[in-house]
Structure formats: C-alpha cells, structure tokens
Design a protein around this ligand. Structure first.
Ligand SMILES: Nc1ncnc2c1ncn2[C@@H]1O[C@H](COP(=O)(O)OP(=O)(O)OP(=O)(O)O)[C@@H](O)[C@H]1O
Ligand SMILES: [Mg+2]
Length: 337
C-alpha cells in the first residue's frame, strides 16, 4: 500500500483584488472582488515507503502548498488525500507523530531557548523513550556536528547551523516520512553535503520516506531516483531522473583534444559518416555534439583514437539544470504519468 496517496488533490486560494486609486478603494468598500489562485490543481500522487522524491517546479508552482496539505497545515479544497491511511488535516494529532517537517525558510525550533532545551522539549512532546532519545541525539551530534551548538539559543545560530539543528529536531521521534521544503537554501557547499549525507543515511538505515522540494538540482541528482515536477498547480512529470533526461533531447558533447593541430577539412572528412555538430574551439580542441542514440559512441571514439593523436576525450552529459529549464520553458515532455 502506498504511504502517500492523493487523487485530484487541489488547493484554491481566494485572493482579494484591489482596484487602483481612490475611486477603486471606495468601490472596494461596497463590493469586493476576488480572484481564485489555483495553487494546486488536481494532482494525483502515489508514493511508496522508502522512496526519496524530488518535488520540483518553478517559483509559485504549488510545491509548498502541496507539502502543507500533506503535513496537515492546509485543508485541501477538493480531492482525496491519505498519508499512512490518515487524512492529515483531520487526524492531525496522530499524523504529526509519524512525520518530520523542515521548512528551509523558517525554523520549527523555539527562538529564545538553547538548542538542547528545544530537543528536550520535543522528547517530552513526542514521548520519545529516554534511551532511544539519548542514542539518536548522540548519533545526530556526530553526523551533523551539533556538539558545539547545543547550548546556544536558536536565534543566535547561523543559517547553516540552524538548518542542521532543524533537521535533527525533525527526526528525533524517528518519523516514517520526512518533508523537506528547500532544506539546502542558502547553505554553503560543505553544509549542503553533510545534510545530503544525513538524509541519505536516514533513508537507508530507517527506511524513511523523503519528500524534498528544492531549486538546487544537485540535491535531486544526488538523492532522488524519482522526480515529480509541478507547474501552475499541475503535474507535468512523474518518473525516473534518468528517463527525464532521456525524454528531453539535449545534445551530448564529446570534447576531443589532440596533441597536434588538426585543420577543419581533415576533421570534416574524417567524420563525414557521422551525424554530428562539429565545432573547432581551437586547432587542438574540438567539440562534437550529437543526440543520444543517433551516434554509435564507442565506434566514434575508436575512430578518433585510431586516426588522431588524442590527448584527451571528455563526454559531457547535459546538466539537469538545462533539462529542467527546457521543460519549464515549453511544458511537459509528453504526458505526466
Ligand atoms: N495563503 C495564500 N493565499 C493566497 N495565495 C497563496 C497562499 N499561499 C500560496 N499562494 C499562492 O499559491 C501559488 C503557489 O504557491 P507555493 O508557495 O505553493 O509555490 P512554490 O512552488 O512553493 O514556490 P517557491 O518555489 O517560490 O517556493 C502562488 O501563486 C502563491 O502566490
Ligand atoms: Mg515554496
């Protein structure tokens, strides 16, 4: 049974529309007009236990709104939703005991008390057995390097320090599902790496299901095997990261560097049987671009190695940023699943 299941899930907001000028303001007093924002507009989701899902989309796509419905903070306008068999906003008390939530934009911890006191409070709230709590805290301290932070009030932590504490806090009660809304926003490379490692380890060791929204596509590349993409409230892709890359035809590039200079006509002649874009970067360096599946790559590389004095060969796969940009720009690459 899926751990998260949603059918035609929607959240529409009514937004008060202000009319301009004094006349408009007076008119607004008598008759208010509203516009409806379809933040989430009829999405189907099915997530299995133990998956790490990358939930992506442009600004305002509806990602945070979805997370808020899944965590029980917002009540859906329409559709059905079950998380571990519970309806999040109806069974809030039972629901929150089985989930962990981190919103990268703001902390879930108490601003004025020391980190360790916040953790201790969470232990009481979630009724975490003492031994379990001690063990987990010890492990989190090690993996996330919290030791020096525990006695500092939350408000005095830097962003990266706070994020590590927030992440630890969200996992103290060993939830089955972890919701992370932009957990790596604004963090430096080292902290990002430690947070990713921690998420990966938790998933592996505890079987924690993870739903992760991010604009940092290297988060996705490193953690997620499945990507769900939303745009203007609608799902536009749901599937594997590799399939996503394959569905979008962005050329791959082979960079060839030679020991001796090569002139263009020689290169053209050599490669005339291949469907390639050929660009000279300089007489020693050439860029060959081609669509995946159109060119027999081992054969091409063999030919280059046999006929030219090759110093270096480098294959560039399209970056996920490029793929996602193309999809955002022109809509879905085929039907969503
Ligand atoms: N409480 C609210 N009242 C009215 N409109 C809202 C409310 N919350 C969100 N919206 C609107 O719903 C849409 C989706 O917002 P949401 O925060 O879910 O986007 P997002 O995908 O998380 O974007 P971002 O990448 O910028 O975080 C936006 O147009 C936003 O303005
Ligand atoms: Mg958001």
């Amino acid at each position: 049974m899926p751990i998260i299941e949603a059918h035609s899930l929607s959240k529409h907001f009514k937004r008060f529309r202000r009319r301009p000028g004094l006349v408009g303001a007076v008119k607004d007093l008598w008759h208010r007009t509203y516009e409806v924002v379809r933040a989430v507009d009829g999405i189907d989701l099915s997530v299995e236990r133990g998956e790490i899902i990358g939930y992506i989309g442009p600004n305002g796509a509806g990602k945070s709104t979805t997370i808020k419905m899944l965590t029980g903070i917002l009540v859906p306008t329409a559709g059905s939703l079950a998380v571990q068999g519970l309806v999040p906003h109806k069974d809030r008390y039972r629901h929150v005991r089985t989930i962990g939530v981190v919103f990268g934009q703001r902390t879930q911890l108490w601003w004025d008390i020391a980190v360790i006191e916040a953790f201790n409070l969470l232990q009481k709230i979630y009724e975490i057995p003492r031994d379990e709590y001690r063990q987990r805290l010890k492990k989190f301290n090690q993996v996330l390097g919290l030791e020096d932070l525990l006695n500092i009030p939350v408000r005095k932590l830097s962003l990266g320090q706070r994020m590590r504490c927030d992440l630890a806090a969200s996992l103290l009660h060993n939830p089955a599902i972890l919701f992370l809304d932009e957990p790596t926003i604004g963090l430096d490379v080292a902290v990002k790496a430690s947070i990713r490692d921690f998420i990966r380890e938790t998933n592996r060791q505890q079987g924690t299901t993870v739903i992760l929204t991010t604009h940092d596509l290297s988060d996705i590349e490193e953690l997620c095997s499945r990507v769900i993409m939303i745009d203007a409230g609608k799902l536009i892709y749901d599937g594997g990261l590799r399939e996503l890359k394959e569905r979008v035809d962005i050329p791959r590039r082979l960079l060839v560097e030679t020991i001796f200079p090569i002139n263009a006509s020689k290169m053209m002649l050599l490669l005339k049987d291949y469907r390639l874009g050929i660009t000279a970067l300089d007489p020693y360096r050439w860029e060959l671009s081609f669509s995946k599946g159109r060119v027999n790559l081992p054969q091409l590389m063999q030919l280059l190695l046999d006929t030219l004095e090759v110093r270096d060969l480098e294959l560039e796969e399209p970056a996920i940023e490029e793929i996602v940009r193309q999809i955002y720009d022109r809509g879905a690459p085929g039907d969503a699943r």
